[in-house]
Design a protein around this ligand. Sequence first.
Ligand SMILES: [Zn+2]
Length: 80
Amino acid sequence: MKTMTCKQLGGACNMEFSANTFEEMAELSKSHGIVMFQKGDAPHLKAMKEMQDLMQSPNGMQNWFENKRKEFASLPDNTL
Ligand SMILES: [Zn+2]
């Protein structure tokens, strides 16, 4: 398992997510984002707006995803 925070994944808080794959991690972050969005949490809404801006550029989202995937890959595996 690897651990990343909401902030590391483009969010706004220090909540930690643990997953075995980056896809799993992205899903956890996404579900958390939806909950925060429904709560109307201002810092998360701001972070989401920034993500939406990023998606406006042709390769913005793809590049972001690739960077995060590399970041995930470079993290130490904490399954002990
Ligand atoms: Zn968060």
